[in-house]
Design a protein around this ligand. Structure first.
Ligand code: ZN
Length: 185
């Protein structure tokens, strides 16, 4: 069988084996991994020497963070005791953030806890806000992490997001970026 080689959007070389990001851009495997790692590391700047916790989840997003984090941290099951940490890292993807925003809007509440936020003296950091769940799954596939979780959501906000993004591939990330700006108002 013959496969056409495709041009990687990162290194501009041709590959037969490529993956796509949420916006449908083509990457070779090393460039895709670097892209995600760069996005995450950018958000993690300045947290060295802090007491850090990572919130556990069954989702691919948690395993992406686990594989990229190089600072010492503990894994916590819930946020009950968040106050003892300087920084709590939340494995939220852009869909999670969009869903959080829409759920609060749909229920008539003023949206809260959006973007990175601070409670008492603890910083809540969401390094995957510009990364989608499908990109997290691709990342896990490429580094050989098996994720067994049914993350299909029947929430109205997720169905809304999925349907809308069929027409506009970049909707999830655009909305997430809007929410991050909104959170600073
Ligand atoms: Zn490449």
């Amino acid at each position: 069988m013959f496969f056409d080689a495709m041009l990687c959007n990162g290194c501009k070389k041709e590959y037969k084996d490529v993956v796509r990001d949420l916006a449908n851009r083509i990457y070779c495997k090393p460039c895709f991994l670097r892209l995600i790692e760069r996005k995450v590391k950018k958000e993690l700047r300045g947290i060295n020497h802090q007491k850090i916790a990572l919130l556990k989840s069954d989702s691919a997003s948690f395993f992406v963070l686990k594989s990229i984090l190089t600072v010492p941290y503990v894994v916590i099951e819930n946020l009950d005791n968040y106050i003892v940490y300087d920084t709590v890292i939340l494995p939220f993807t852009c869909e999670d953030e969009d869903e959080l925003f829409l759920d609060q809007i749909f229920s008539g509440k003023f949206p809260r806890k959006l973007g990175n936020y601070t409670l008492k003296k603890t910083n809540f950091l969401k390094p995957l806000l510009n990364v989608s769940l499908s990109e997290c799954k691709t990342y896990c596939d490429l580094v050989g992490i098996k994720v067994k979780v049914d993350d299909t959501s029947s929430k109205i906000s997720r169905i809304f997001l999925d349907r809308m993004s069929e027409k506009n591939k970049s909707l999830k990330q655009s909305l997430s970026r809007f929410v991050q700006k909104f959170s600073k108002l």
